[in-house]
Design a protein. Structure first.
Length: 34
């Protein structure tokens, strides 16, 4: 099932929060759309 636009935004927000807590993580796993 494809994620909805809202779902994608929530997912990206959670990833951004995780990056904020883990600044040493590599951004290579970002979604291509971002």
């Amino acid at each position: 099932m494809l994620p909805t636009i809202r779902g994608i935004r929530v997912h990206n927000a959670l990833k951004a929060k995780v990056k904020g807590l883990n600044p040493f993580l590599s951004p290579a796993d970002d979604d291509p759309a971002t």
